[in-house]
Design a protein. Structure first.
Length: 201
């Protein structure tokens, strides 16, 4: 962590490194005393006042991830609500696809096909659950031990029958904790359309 960074106090977790600073949430490499291993912790920024909306969004993300079981989607270990809300995820030892592209400029066709099969498997699974991922990009994919994994606010489960889910797939907008059927609550941003979150349940 940088010298001026405020280190959070997380019960049962020892912060090893600050990995990302977000607008409301930070990401840390931590050591879990209970598990005896490294994990990834997403928690509220310790240098800002506690924000109820950010807490709700973080917990909503954790609840969604808890319903997903797929080998190519990052795995949730635990949700901690008190005293500080934390979403605890598995640690991936590989590199993001964006860093690999920066290093090699062009990846071998065989590797691209291999990673592509993994990603289409994960995206297909999400679609079967009635969700669309609207932030699929190289920086949100990690190549870990020859496997591609989706990271960063992955969408998860929806309610209703499979037929209803396919008729009205839900949309996940990163940071919005989406609960909105695709096609409702839209706003035009330049020449792009993004679905916005509807009323909370």
């Amino acid at each position: 962590m940088t010298s001026d960074a405020v280190e959070p106090t997380l019960t049962g977790l020892r912060v090893l490194e600050q990995l990302h600073v977000g607008r409301h949430v930070n990401v840390y490499d931590v050591w879990s005393e209970e598990r005896g291993c490294r994990c990834i912790a997403k928690t509220l920024r310790p240098d800002r006042p506690r924000d109820d909306k950010s807490v709700r969004d973080l917990m909503a993300e954790g609840r969604l991830l808890s319903r997903l079981t797929h080998p190519h989607i990052v795995r949730l270990y635990e949700m901690i609500r008190d005293p500080i809300p934390v979403v605890l995820l598995e640690t991936l030892s590989g590199h993001t696809l964006s860093s690999l592209i920066d290093e090699h400029e062009r990846l071998p066709v065989r590797d691209v096909l291999h990673l592509g099969l993994h990603l289409t498997s994960a995206i297909g699974y999400l679609h079967c659950q009635g969700w669309l991922h609207l932030d699929l990009k190289p920086s949100n994919v990690v190549a870990d031990g020859g496997r591609a994994k989706l990271i960063r606010s992955v969408p998860c489960a929806a309610t209703g029958t499979p037929q209803a889910r396919h008729r009205h797939p839900r949309v996940f907008v990163p940071g919005a904790g989406a609960r909105t059927p695709f096609g409702s609550g839209r706003r035009r941003l330049g020449d792009r359309w993004l679905a916005l979150r509807g009323p909370r349940r």
